[in-house]
Design a protein around this ligand. Structure first.
Ligand SMILES: Nc1nc2c(ncn2[C@@H]2O[C@H](COP(=O)(O)OP(=O)(O)OP(=O)(O)O)[C@@H](O)[C@H]2O)c(=O)[nH]1
Length: 303
């Protein structure tokens, strides 16, 4: 692919253009139907597929790719790449909307790039709506302190994993984790320092488990990890590794001090008739035992 330079497509461009404004007052003839269709979805992939079908009615292209704004983890593509590309960094006012590239074997003419730019005017606000909607969904499932999944995200995802595990006869295990004597950390270092310790433990958890394991802040100073494709024996090993990683780590606080927290962990292995609640309850009971046996321990339901 020959890399043409990436143009910045900032919208609105100027007041006198015959393009849709946010209040819909200036709309080019024929564009209204297309605009309505683009506005009928809040799914980025669907929006782009629809937009590309509008483009291909006007321009011959071989494929496209779209990379969402930083942090969105959105990447869509269709067709195939080729030697020539029109590349746009999309913006509405100061808001970054990601990068769109369209490809083909022949170079694009000036007139064609202007046609594409006219069409981009139709998609930028619907695209912004989709991105904002997806961000709202993402943040409603995310714990703001640690960036981990929150409790309301956890139950449906565990349910989904249980269904998959039952269908494909695969294993899964759950770890319930609680920071030991956390009240004491709060009481001696202050609540903000307590928050930093929670962030510190979340980082150790992230670094200890695999990317596809599902990690949540279950509440307060408690975390849960669903270990995908992992039996109870292996889950116990992971829990022990995590416990040791926390034990061997010192969390530095903004007040210049540091603390060396420990954690207790309860492990349960998925059984055939489990619901998310029964799986959590068994891990919780094991966690309770880890606490009552002295803390800084891993306990498993069956052992
Ligand atoms: N800083 C901070 N503290 C929290 C947060 N959520 C809960 N807590 C505190 O966490 C403490 C939990 O205390 P306990 O349930 O008594 O447990 P613990 O002191 O960890 O004792 P063990 O679990 O028995 O080892 C309470 O003081 C809560 O107020 C939070 O988001 N930030």
């Amino acid at each position: 692919m020959r890399a043409e330079t990436m143009a910045i497509f900032r919208f609105p461009k100027s007041e006198d253009q015959n393009v849709p404004s946010e209040n819909g007052s200036i709309i080019a003839p024929g564009a209204f139907d297309a605009l309505l269709k683009l506005q009928a979805t809040l799914d980025v992939e669907e929006l782009l597929a629809h937009f590309i079908s509008l483009i291909t009615a006007e321009l011959s292209i071989d494929g496209y790719s779209y990379i969402g704004p930083q942090g969105s983890a959105i990447h869509c593509q269709g067709g195939h790449t080729n030697r020539h590309a029109l590349a746009y960094q999309l913006m509405v006012e100061a808001e970054q909307l990601g990068e769109l590239l369209v490809y083909r074997s022949r170079p694009f003419s000036e007139a064609e790039s202007m046609t594409l730019e006219d069409m981009l005017c139709l998609v930028v606000y619907p695209l912004r709506n989709c991105l904002r909607y997806q961000e709202a969904i993402r943040s409603s499932f995310t714990d703001p302190l640690t960036g981990l999944g929150n409790r309301s995200n956890m139950l449906p995802q565990i349910q989904r994993e249980i269904s998959l595990s039952n269908r494909e006869a695969r294993l899964a295990s759950l770890l319930m984790i609680d920071i030991d004597h956390f009240k004491n950390i709060n009481d001696t270092q202050g609540h903000l320092s307590g928050d930093q310790v929670i962030i510190c433990i979340a980082d150790i958890i992230r670094r200890t488990v695999r990317d596809f394991d599902l990690v949540y802040r279950y509440g307060g100073e408690e975390f849960a990890i669903l270990l995908v494709n992992t039996d109870g024996v292996r889950a116990h090993q992971v829990a022990e590794r995590l416990r040791k990683n926390v034990e061997g780590h010192t969390c530095r606080l903004n007040n210049g001090r540091s603390v060396s927290p420990t954690i207790s962990v309860g492990v349960s292995e998925l059984e055939r008739h489990d619901t998310p609640q029964t799986l959590i309850e068994r891990a919780d009971r094991a966690l309770y035992r880890a606490k009552s046996d002295g803390r800084n321990l891993v306990r498993q339901e069956k052992f």
